[in-house]
Design a protein around this ligand. Structure first.
Ligand SMILES: Nc1ncnc2c1ncn2[C@@H]1O[C@H](COP(=O)(O)OP(=O)(O)OP(=O)(O)O)[C@@H](O)[C@H]1O
Ligand SMILES: [Mg+2]
Ligand SMILES: [Zn+2]
Length: 331
């Protein structure tokens, strides 16, 4: 799983801030408890103080410290037991004074030997969803709120099935795609006229895949190309400005959703940037979803045979048809 360094940096900052706050709260809580339960405070002091003293004393006498340590351990255990008892007697949890980490898995560092811990990844997902929500309605558009009522049940003679039947298939495929997303998932091309739910379903997928801990980037094709255009490839240090950070995100994220392909001013530069995106992501095994109002032949005509051949060979094609939902809603 790739993580996006820009998003991760933000997640880590918040994670550390929260961990720090939690520690402070624990501290304040402990102080309150120690004030209300004086015996617990005594025990606490003794537990802290005795260790050094006893061991040091044993060494000073030149005696074998083993038995002193054994005695100390027993004393400590009985003090801890007593502390638990007085705490419970005063209505506090028995372990209210223990310095326990919030996450036992990573001890609140955010990382385990395998990489980022689940607790940190929850922050990562939240930051990523914030980013996705700038452009997508992640709150309102989910597989649960998707409605089939907008799709006609009458058979479309050209497509030989009804928009409703078609959408049921498309929906099913998208839901499965989102639930089982992984490095072996296919790429998707959502193609069809305006107002039929392509962006809606993309938002549903983005939400789920992001929630599963993958890095997901959503952007419109025109913005993607603009970033490529302002990126200074071939420079000494090409990754030191914003545009290039975005380009890295487009190329390296686990799932890239490029919306409204074909609505941009298509120039030779755009064609080569699109080729680079599609090709790089295919080679590195990263998944891409393209949304467009163009048909396959139109894509080929506009973006070259090389691009069309990659889409036809490596993308699962989802065709949308029916009546524009935006227009239906106006009525
Ligand atoms: N299945 C659905 N249930 C409820 N609302 C929907 C559904 N599909 C789409 N909509 C709504 O209809 C409008 C158009 O949908 P969407 O933006 O997904 O269309 P699109 O296919 O991406 O169109 P375009 O090609 O113009 O980008 C949006 O307001 C969206 O919320
Ligand atoms: Mg759209
Ligand atoms: Zn953790």
């Amino acid at each position: 799983m790739a993580t996006d360094s820009k998003i991760m940096a933000r997640a880590l900052a918040r994670y550390r801030r929260d961990t720090e706050r939690r520690r402070e709260r624990q501290q304040i809580q402990a102080e309150t408890i120690l004030r209300t339960v004086p015996r617990a405070a005594e025990i606490q002091r003794e537990l802290r103080g005795t260790v050094g003293q006893i061991v040091a004393a044993a060494f000073r006498r030149g005696a074998d410290p083993t038995s002193a340590i054994r005695a100390l351990k027993e004393r400590n255990l009985s003090l801890q037991r007593e502390r638990a008892e007085v705490l419970v007697a005063s209505g506090f949890p028995f372990d209210a004074l223990d310095d326990k980490p919030f996450c036992p898995r990573c001890k609140d560092t955010g990382f385990t030997e395998e990489g980022p811990c689940k607790c940190l990844m929850a922050y990562y997902t939240r930051e990523q969803n914030k980013e996705l929500s700038k452009l997508l309605d992640l709150g309102g558009q989910s597989f649960d709120t998707f409605s089939f009522q907008w799709y006609n049940t009458a058979v479309d003679p050209k497509e030989k099935m009804s928009p409703r039947e078609n959408m049921e298939m498309v929906y099913e495929l998208c839901a499965n795609y989102a639930h089982s997303f992984g490095p072996k998932s296919p790429n998707l091309l959502m193609s069809g006229p305006p107002g039929l739910g392509k962006t809606f379903l993309s938002a549903c997928i983005a939400r789920e895949v992001s929630g599963a801990g993958f890095s997901v980037v959503y952007d419109t094709a025109s913005h993607v190309f603009a970033q490529f255009e302002s990126g200074k490839f071939g420079r000494e240090n090409p990754f030191d400005d914003d545009a290039n950070t975005d380009i890295n995100r487009y190329l390296n994220c686990d799932l890239l959703i490029m919306d409204d392909l074909g609505s941009e001013m298509t120039t030779a530069f755009v064609v080569s940037a699109l080729y680079q995106i599609i090709n790089t992501r295919l080679i590195t095994g990263k998944q891409t979803i393209l949304n467009t109002n163009l048909s396959l032949p139109e894509l080929g005509k506009r973006y070259s045979a090389a691009i069309l051949s990659r889409i036809e060979g490596e993308y699962q094609i989802l065709t949308f048809f029916g009546e524009d939902i935006r227009k239906q809603r106006q009525r």
